[in-house]
Design a binder for this molecule. Structure first.
Ligand code: FAD
Ligand code: SF4
Length: 566
């Protein structure tokens, strides 16, 4: 429902104000033009119309939360919400089609919800002439002259800086993001005086603070803080089918999403990815349904199999709620509470529930803390001096390495891969090949429906690429093709052999593993957690080492060539 009742003479231009300026001049002609086209709500002149805008509430695409601090003290008669589909968000890297649709569809559904409540929304739909968020906002602030501009702290460092530049400090009211369970101050307090940050210690603290999965004495339920050792099972030869996996609930595109899909295809014909399978939750109601579906049907098996992979099975026992969480359609505390309740009612085992809660209460809050503590320098880190380009098949999935064609193919098709596919297939390959971490970061930020910089960057640059030299992870996560063979059925359908490091059938992962150990031997020797792997390297004689180095070089050369097929 539209919240505006239009005066006849201003109807045409006002529809541009409420639905997004389809003509750039609408926002450049200044205060007079905006006043002339003033909206009216429910037949009554609002305070905003009589005295100008009191508060301009700026909502970013990942701030779709009606209970956020942005709405504290909100007066629908005096305040206006401002939203913008910034084109440069989709073009500064070739963002995948599922990710663009995810954000725009969720934003437009949120606008509709606000308008149905009588909230006035200035909404800039995707258009060729809207280049940047800050440029568009700057013009609207000039035109509307609000008394205050209210924003919840943005999740991305660069956006926060540009909004602070655009909006004069005297106008700006930047509020904390209550979505998170750990504030910046709390994370600083936790980090203070520690030589090294480790998620496990952070996790224990935050679990105690929020009283999650504790017994009556305030100790961890079941006696252990962490059941990770029970969370690494593969599916065995029979595959996941024997576990009666329920297909996750899907959300067929409604009229709003269909319109977004049509516009996105027209606007970004060359961007990667596909949209024929788009079925992500794009509203809070749908997100709650997706969460319920996961808790009832997949949470109980999540723990055992969270690291396992299987051809043609993108979802397995994962929750598919990361995008809903990151866009703030779901609140992490409600997700944690529902998982804990399933355990208390005997509907899911402790190892599964703890494993799931650890991802959200532990990892998700922890990476946010790392991001804000280390930005903006973090983005520049390249500890391993990696400078290879990202192989072209990352944008097409066209490679004869079965594990990579499966994980990249699935990523482009759905905008999704689970954690181990990201860490131990695509990420591992880039790390051992020596790809420039900035290029790896740009790819991860572009292709996943849940990609937002504060969570993506520490996972990519730190956890997966070790480019931060150990801020996130205590060692580089490296492995031969044998790891992938153990955790999936990918190798069974591959022309390479994970046991071989040289020769025609050599698995590129296995070649690159030994090559990585050789190239970084002295650095790795100093890391006690790498002792065994460095010791194994010492077993190779000079000839074997040279053959591996040569094979790795050949692989790099072939991948550098345009349109390579490895
Ligand atoms: C290189 C790399 C890049 C990543 N980029 C992103 C990203 O841009 N956005 C994103 O949300 N996650 C990212 N992750 C973390 C993780 O892969 C995804 O959160 C997860 O795969 C989402 O699928 P799901 O909702 O089915 O998660 P599940 O496996 O069901 O896990 C439940 C929830 O836990 C949280 N979670 C799990 N692992 C992590 C983690 N390592 N860090 C933070 N939160 C976590 C997510 O909110 C997720 O929805 C990345 C991981 C790696 C290794
Ligand atoms: S053999 Fe190597 S390249 Fe092929 S699927 Fe297995 S790990 Fe991947």
């Amino acid at each position: 429902m539209d919240s505006f009742v239009l005066e006849p003479d201003t109807a045409q231009s006002l529809s541009k104000v409420s639905r997004g300026y389809s003509d750039q001049s609408m926002i450049t002609t200044g205060m007079e033009e905006v006043r002339k086209n003033r909206p009216r709500t429910s037949g009554k002149r609002s305070k905003a119309q009589v005295a100008g805008v009191r508060h301009l509430i700026v909502l970013l695409g990942d701030q779709l939360d009606r209970s956020s601090a942005a709405f504290d003290g909100f007066d629908p008669a005096a305040d206006i919400v401002w939203m913008c589909e910034a084109r440069d968000e989709s073009t500064r890297v070739p963002v995948s089609l599922p990710r663009i649709v995810m954000f725009l569809s969720a934003m437009r559904h949120f606008r509709e919800k606000l308008e149905s409540e009588g909230v006035q929304v200035i909404y800039h739909e995707l258009q060729k002439n809207h280049r940047s968020l800050s440029e568009t906002l700057s013009k609207d602030i000039d035109a509307l002259a609000p008394q205050r501009v209210i924003i919840v702290e943005p999740g991305e460092w660069g956006i926060r800086e540009s909004l602070r530049t655009v909006c004069p400090a005297s106008l700006l009211d930047e509020r904390i993001d209550r979505h998170f369970l750990c504030s910046h101050e709390e994370f600083e307090k936790h980090s203070h005086g520690r030589k090294q940050l480790r998620m496990e210690f952070f996790y224990r603290e935050i679990r105690r603070k929020h009283e999650v999965l504790l017994d009556e004495e305030g100790e961890p339920e079941g006696g252990e803080w962490n059941y990770d050792a029970e969370n690494r099972k593969s599916f065995g030869r029979e595959g996941p089918g024997r576990l009666a996996m329920a297909t996750p609930v899907a959300f067929a595109p409604d009229a709003i999403t269909q319109k977004v899909i049509a516009e996105v295809i027209a606007e970004f014909p060359d961007n990667p990815g596909r949209l024929d399978d788009f079925d992500w939750p794009v509203t809070r109601e749908q997100s709650l349904e997706a969460l319920k579906d996961f808790i009832e049907h997949r949470l109980s098996a999540f723990g055992d199999h969270q690291d396992a992979m299987w051809t043609g099975e993108p979802w397995l026992f994962h929750s598919r709620i990361s995008a809903a969480l990151n866009l703030k359609l779901l609140n992490p505390k409600e997700v944690i509470d529902r998982a804990e309740r399933a355990y208390r009612k005997g509907r899911a085992p402790l190892a599964s529930v703890e494993g799931f809660i650890r991802q959200i209460l532990g990892w998700r809050e922890y990476v946010r803390g790392v991001y804000w503590r280390h930005m903006p320098q973090y983005l520049e880190r390249n500890q391993l001096s990696a400078h290879e380009p990202l192989p072209e098949f990352f944008w097409t999935g066209d490679t004869s390495m079965r594990c990579l064609s499966e994980c990249v193919g699935q990523t482009l098709r759905y905008g999704y891969a689970h954690h181990i596919q990201r860490l131990m297939v695509t990420g591992l390959f880039c790390l051992m090949l020596g790809v420039d971490p900035k290029e790896v970061h740009r790819w991860y930020l572009a292709v996943y429906v849940d990609a937002v910089e504060w969570v993506e960057l520490p996972n990519t640059l730190g956890m997966s690429q070790y480019a931060d030299g150990g801020v996130m992870a205590s060692k580089p996560y490296i492995a031969t093709g044998r790891y992938i063979e153990r955790m999936s059925n990918y190798c069974a359908g591959c022309r390479f052999d994970p046991a071989q490091s040289t020769g025609e059938k050599a698995c590129p992962f296995t070649t690159l593993y030994w090559d990585f150990l050789q190239r970084h031997e002295s650095m790795l020797r100093a890391n006690p957690r790498m002792g065994l792997q460095v010791k194994n390297l010492a077993r190779l004689d000079t000839k074997q080492r040279a053959a591996i180095a040569q094979q790795a070089q050949q692989l790099r050369r072939s991948l550098r060539a345009p349109k390579s097929s490895s």
